[in-house]
Design a protein around this ligand. Structure first.
Ligand SMILES: Nc1ncnc2c1ncn2[C@@H]1O[C@H](COP(=O)(O)OP(=O)(O)OP(=O)(O)O)[C@@H](O)[C@H]1O
Length: 854
């Protein structure tokens, strides 16, 4: 690791360490005394946490013991309390690890004279209480039974100074201390003197006697550098951790920004966009708890793997009310498992489908060219075009979606046919009973059903979409704006798997169609079956426990089981309901979403409270979008014609406010690798708009093997492909084994994670699996690729993830299809990038010295 001392600047506070022996920054006795003192405070905090946890558990048990009896209202109250206590228990359990991570020594005593850290200062006689208030910052706010602050929530307004204070803007802070703990034990401290004058006037002496710069940092103005370096250098374990102890000032401003409107957080790879978005969710829950607890937050990520990668961040911050999903899983009951070329997905994502689908639904509503004969019980009736037209007009005026408006349509036509039938059969058409009988006869007649359906076909979103893809003539009729070649791309046989790009179209259709009779009937059938088995179960229970005696029926018992059964959490209810509207929506890797996806998400958050994170330079595809406004055009409101504003006047409707923030510091990838990735992006004609500054560099972090002129080179046609493949396999295995051994040596055997990112994962994995040790390293426990030491994946899957080491295969092949994908792949490692290429390297990447180049 190339190390250098961070230069002192007005923004970089003076640092002092009192931590692990390796630092040797302070005399041992002073350090130990300080650590012991903080340990006492931490013990107080954990005692309080334990007390509140056992109190919440007792309250939950007492609530549940109240049983199922009582009025509907009291049962509702009981359920609400039970949900509250369960949530509280999850929150308190979630913050066990590193409950407290910081201390703020403030300049002035509190104006109100109260000592907020009374509990703490009771335990330890500190030299600071005379100078100013002291706060311990942690994952959650805790007060003791006398309402005195024990831990200040990291989201509280006061905590902003912990994250944002600098020497030039101390925000009332004299000293900031980072407290490092493991399993309730304090193992290290790191101090930053923010306001030296205030410290001196308060005779505030440092815990440690010697000041040190923090090694390896190349960015000024960072806070908690020791903790930051420790977090960045830790071996990766396949799950993202929270960054609550080391959030940097520019990140904190985004985390705590106003939740109204659309906020776009952009920035290069590794700048913490995902981390910041997740911490922002936790912050919004704190700032707007009441609203968000009722509506929940939706998190949309690029892949199921990615969602697994981030799944523990929010619970570790004590928050559980978040529904996370990919686009593919957005619509309940729709399983999109199919794949298709990126070109097809892009075509389906365009805004034009809003019009096409509206047309497709309208196409289900037809007026026959001439009267249609219908025979009902031997009587010939006629479905007249004028009646159909009138029925359709009435149905549309109802404003309901197609399937629901059908009821109006059918009723009107039945009335007209009833008139005809009564006249033909000489019955009294004014008698209500007679009309009802006739109407029922017509409704159930096959002829009538068929002809009416042909005029207003009920259908499901999936069914309609399938017809569109599988019937070229229908597609051609409905899509005059598409080119024939584009239509050919869309064509696929009926019964094919749905794809992710189909899902926003299905969602749009679900809006236009509404629930179909089919879907309703199926739901009713399932509900009846569920109820039946519940009653059968209850009957068995009565028999087995001799509960009967005429007092309890199986039906009654079934009712009771239903009432006392586990009530769904808000997240579960929201996930199962397509029309649920969330209080806030977070979208990660947002550059990938097309207009139709944004429309689907806009429906899920009518108040338009969005945090959108992404990086245009990481776009998957041949050419990236021009701007965020362009990406998000489907989220805002468009100009609309005004009826009052004079002829043809266009009034610009206020569009959703859109704010853009940029993060600039990379916490993941060493400088050398970042620069190489930026050069390669520029070489492919797509220079990055937001170059980042990496926090650190590491020696020998980039190695490039150019094998394009070696025996392993991609074999030209007519040459001996088998020999080349064998040589290639050998080179690949050697490179990965070498990296694995080096990682073992650096972080411990089998610790850390390696990804092989390749344009062709299957053949690459097969070649690697020929080595027994590599094959074992590729095993994914429980099918979770993130848990394996060695994972082979395409660049797309690597989006948003990170690994200690990345072995990148044939980068030019990746870059030729999508420059953004190559940029993503190159920026995944935290320690080292090893490039192995049998095709010529892309511009901007050169073989490194000492490697087996060509
Ligand atoms: N303030 C911080 N303190 C410690 N680690 C941080 C901080 N900010 C970010 N990180 C770490 O940096 C890494 C990258 O963060 P994250 O994945 O959120 O970046 P990103 O901008 O979303 O990256 P990408 O665009 O490549 O997906 C993660 O390991 C994260 O924990």
């Amino acid at each position: 690791m190339s190390q250098h001392h961070a230069p002192e600047s007005p923004q970089s506070p003076r640092r002092q360490h009192a931590d692990a022996p390796a630092e040797q920054a302070a005399p041992l006795a002073t350090r130990d005394r300080e650590i012991a003192a903080e340990q006492e405070i931490i013990d107080v905090a954990y005692t309080e946490l334990d007390r509140q946890l056992s109190q919440a558990r007792r309250s939950l048990a007492a609530t549940q013991a109240r049983g199922a009896s009582g009025t509907h209202q009291s049962r509702g109250e009981r359920d609400a309390y039970a949900a509250h206590y369960s949530g509280l228990i999850s929150s308190l359990e979630g913050v066990e690890d590193r409950l407290v991570f910081g201390r703020m020594d403030m300049a002035q005593p509190a104006a109100d004279g109260t000592d907020a850290t009374a509990a703490a200062s009771n335990a330890v006689d500190t030299d600071l209480t005379a100078a100013g208030r002291r706060h311990y910052v942690g994952r959650i706010g805790l007060h003791d039974s006398h309402h005195r602050e024990v831990v200040l929530d990291w989201r509280a307004p006061l905590s902003r100074a912990f994250y944002q204070a600098t020497a030039s803007e101390p925000m009332g802070l004299v000293r900031r201390r980072h407290i490092d703990t493991r399993a309730r034990r304090v193992i290290g401290l790191e101090d930053e003197l923010i306001d030296v004058h205030a410290a001196e006037s308060a005779a505030l002496t440092a815990a440690s006697s010697e000041e040190t710069g923090t090694a390896g940092m190349s960015v000024d103005g960072l806070q908690g550098e020791g903790a930051l370096i420790a977090a960045m250098s830790a071996a990766r374990d396949g799950r993202m951790g929270d960054i609550v102890a080391t959030i940097q000032a520019e990140q904190d401003r985004v985390v705590t920004g106003d939740g109204k409107g659309v906020l776009v957080v952009q920035g290069g790879p590794g700048t913490g966009k995902t981390a910041v978005a997740l911490h922002r969710v936790a912050y919004l829950f704190y700032a707007e708890r009441e609203r968000l607890e009722r509506s929940g937050v939706l998190l949309v990520g690029p892949s199921r793997t990615f969602l697994r990668y981030v799944e523990q961040v929010l619970p570790s911050l004590g928050e559980t009310g978040v529904v996370s999903t990919t686009l593919a899983d957005l619509v309940p009951g729709v399983h999109a498992r199919g794949t298709e070329p990126a070109q097809v997905a892009e075509l389906k994502s365009r805004h034009v489908w809003a019009d096409i689908l509206r047309r497709a639904v309208r196409d289900l509503q037809r007026v026959p060219g001439e009267p249609r004969d219908i025979v009902v019980q031997g009587t010939r009736l006629q479905l007249l075009p004028a009646d159909v037209r009138e029925a359709a007009a009435r149905a549309r005026r109802s404003g309901k979606p197609h399937n629901l408006a059908r009821e109006t349509f059918v009723l009107w036509l039945l009335e007209r046919l009833t008139d005809q039938f009564a006249t033909a059969t000489h019955q009294d058409a004014t008698d209500a009973d007679t009309r009802a009988w006739i109407r029922e006869d017509i409704r159930t007649a096959r002829d009538a059903r068929r002809e009416i359906n042909l005029c207003w076909m009920p259908t499901t979103p999936v069914g309609l979409l399938e017809r569109l893809w599988s019937r070229p003539e229908l597609l051609a009729r409905l899509t005059p704006e598409l080119r024939p070649a584009e239509r050919r791309l869309l064509a696929r046989p009926a019964g094919s798997e749905l794809t992710e790009a189909d899902v926003p179209l299905i969602d749009e259709l679900a809006e236009l169609l509404g629930p179909s009779e089919d879907a309703e009937a199926r739901r009713a059938r399932l509900e009846a079956r569920r109820r039946e088995s519940l009653v059968a179960y209850a009957a068995q229970a009565i028999e087995a426990q001799e509960l009967g005696g005429g007092m309890v029926s199986a039906e009654m018992l079934a009712d009771r089981v239903e009432e006392t059964g586990p009530s769904l959490t808000l997240a579960e209810r929201a996930r199962a309901d397509r029309s649920w509207t969330y209080g806030h929506v977070v979208v990660d890797e947002a550059q990938e979403l097309g207009a139709m996806a944004w429309r689907a998400l806009a429906r899920r958050c009518p108040v338009r409270s969005f945090t959108i994170v992404g990086d245009l330079a990481q776009y998957s595809g041949p050419s990236r979008p021009r701007s965020w406004r362009h990406v998000l055009s489907a989220l805002g409101t468009r100009p609309r014609k005004s009826r009052r504003g004079g002829r043809g006047a266009r009034v610009e409707q206020a569009s959703t406010p859109l704010r853009e923030e940029a993060l600039t510091v990379c916490y993941r990838t060493p400088t050398t690798i970042m620069r190489a990735a930026e050069q390669v992006a520029a070489g492919l004609g797509q220079p990055v708009a937001y170059p980042v500054t990496s926090v650190r560099d590491l020696p020998a972090c980039l190695a490039v093997d150019d094998l394009s002129r070696s025996p392993a080179a991609a074999a030209p046609i007519g040459s001996n492909a088998r020999l080349a493949d064998a040589a290639w396999g050998q080179a690949l295995r050697a490179a990965v084994a070498e990296e694995s051994a080096a990682l073992d040596a650096a972080v411990g055997t089998n610790a850390g994670r390696i990804a092989v990112i390749t344009p062709e994962p299957q053949p690459t994995a097969a070649l690697l699996a020929q080595d027994a040790a590599l094959s074992a390293a590729m095993e994914a426990p429980g099918g979770d690729i993130l848990r394996s030491r060695l994972a082979v994946m395409n660049p797309h899957l690597s989006k948003g993830l990170e690994f200690d080491v990345v072995v990148l295969v044939d980068p030019a092949m990746i870059g030729a299809v999508s420059p953004g994908d190559l940029y993503v792949a190159m920026t995944r490692p935290t320690r080292r990038l090893r490039v192995v290429s049998r095709v010529p390297l892309p511009a901007g990447l050169r073989p490194t010295h000492g490697q087996r180049a060509g």
